[in-house]
Design a protein around this ligand. Structure first.
Ligand code: ATP
Length: 450
């Protein structure tokens, strides 16, 4: 068993000292007041109350002074303020020492959660920081936020290198790792502006993904990553290989070569448990028309193994989220296409997936329904979900996506923010449509002044 200490500094230390002064003073005032008011000898009730208060004060002070994380053979036992968290060693995918300071908005005096990078911060100072990436989501209660699910933890330690070495995980060349935001593509008009951090865990990793149908190669060696809270738009002409790719990411179509990793776990090697991390909305919504919206979500909740009470609560939450509460008890067969798409998205989110795969979800929707679906996608990303989105509607990609991948003939032709795509193609003033045409046909390169 190894013990790793950490010291609070700055705001964290000030908060602790102030709290301790208040608590100790109230105990002293109690005893002083009791002695002064009761001029006769102590009676038992006052004495018992005073002793109870003193015991509580001592326990509180100990919890405040508790500055040790413990690592044993099975697990890492984290202690921060009054919170405790046990992480199985087997669930730690990577540990890296953060070389640069924390983003300014991270609270260094309290337990906090940032959905943008799916991270719990247990930081008592802005130095000596270590990031743990987990192979599966953990949950813990965070003040003012309730239960938060996360796959990354940032900690403060007196000796981060020793901690990383002891945990036995690969120590990354972390000097380059920063806890900073990267910008959205220039020229885009995002609805939600969740900053995307360029460190942190990878939610989706495609490694050399290939799919052949007989002699024909539909997807030809794809490599890409999507981070939690990121929206990646996957664009391509008809037959480019988008649906084939997305089906390999859901577990519906086995890759001929390569791997799909979800939060570091191999979707095809590990199966069920990893698939539960994924929500999928196909281009044609698969719904049971004879059920009402509410019944359908209950059914989905049951299929994902949620108990009755949780399933019913989750159905109500999702119906409110997609603004279908008024139609909750209507049969799905009476719904418009927009309502059906929203139902399909709600169903894909029943089990709180960390990855959302959306195939052409805004196709055929009127502007109002499309707006609602886009808002919904933006909100999911703001909650830390990694969104992989295929679309033929370039405005949707431009508005929602942090990065865009253009695929042609089963291969990625360009990948990056809109500004990066312009740089990669040497077309500094091109619109996304012009870039898309240039990347998938090359015909308009001269027109846009390459
Ligand atoms: P769209 O935008 O039209 O939906 P896409 O980019 O999603 O197209 P895919 O459906 O992935 O393209 O198809 C990629 C290629 O693979 C196409 O040439 C298609 O004809 C071929 N293909 C897809 N499914 C099969 C199959 N089951 N058998 C043989 N070829 C297939």
């Amino acid at each position: 068993m190894q013990r790793f200490t950490y010291m609070g500094t700055g705001a964290s230390l000030r908060n602790k000292v102030n709290t301790m002064i208040v608590v100790v003073s109230s105990d002293i005032i109690f005893w002083g007041g009791a002695g002064f008011l009761l001029k006769r000898p102590w009676n038992w009730v006052v004495l018992a109350g005073g002793l109870a208060l003193t015991v509580w004060v001592i326990r509180f002070l100990r919890s405040q002074l508790h500055r040790v994380h413990i690592l044993d053979e099975q697990a890492l036992h984290l202690a921060f303020m009054r919170s405790r968290l046990r992480i199985e060693r087997a669930d730690v995918a990577r540990v890296s020492v953060l070389g640069k300071p924390l983003a300014p908005d991270v609270d260094d005096a309290a337990l906090s959660y940032r959905p943008q990078n799916d991270t719990i911060y247990m930081v008592a100072s802005r130095r000596g920081l270590v990031a743990l990436e987990l192979t599966r989501p953990y949950e813990m209660k965070v003040p003012r936020k309730g239960i938060c699910q996360f796959t990354r933890i940032v900690l403060t330690l007196d000796d981060p290198e020793a901690f990383a070495a002891a945990l036995g995980a690969q120590q990354e060349a972390a000097a380059a790792v920063a806890d900073v935001a990267i910008a959205r593509p220039t020229g885009s008009t995002p609805v939600f502006t969740a900053p995307l951090v360029d460190d942190g865990p990878v939610a989706i990793r495609l490694e050399g993904l290939v799919r052949r149908y007989g002699d024909f190669t539909a997807v030809d060696g794809l490599d890409l990553i999507v981070r939690p809270g990121e929206v990646l738009a996957f664009l391509g002409s008809n037959g480019a290989g988008k649906t084939t790719t997305i089906k390999m990411m859901t577990g519906l179509l086995r890759p001929s070569e390569g791997r799909v990793l979800i939060l570091g776990r191999d979707l095809w090697a590990e199966g069920g448990e990893v698939r539960r991390l994924v929500g999928y909305v196909p281009d044609v919504p698969l719904l049971y028309d004879a059920l009402t919206a509410r019944e359908f979500l209950w059914l989905m909740a049951g299929l994902y193994g949620l108990d009755d009470t949780t399933g019913r609560q989750r159905a109500d939450e999702l119906l409110a989220l997609v603004k279908l509460e008024r139609h909750a008890d209507q049969q799905i067969r009476s719904f418009s296409l927009g309502m059906k798409r929203k139902m399909a998205i709600a169903a894909a989110l029943v089990h709180r997936p960390r990855v959302l795969l959306l195939d052409e979800v805004t196709n055929g929707l009127d502007p109002r329904a499309a707006r609602e679906v886009k808002d919904f996608i933006g909100r999911a990303a703001c909650d830390g979900v990694a969104v992989f989105l295929t679309t033929h509607i370039l405005d949707v990609a431009e508005e929602l996506a942090h990065r865009i991948a253009v695929i042609d003939g089963g291969r990625i032709r360009a990948l990056g923010t809109l500004a990066e795509l312009r740089r990669q193609t040497g077309l500094p003033d091109a619109t996304l449509e012009q870039l898309f045409l240039a990347l998938t046909g090359g015909a308009v390169a001269e027109e846009v002044g390459a």
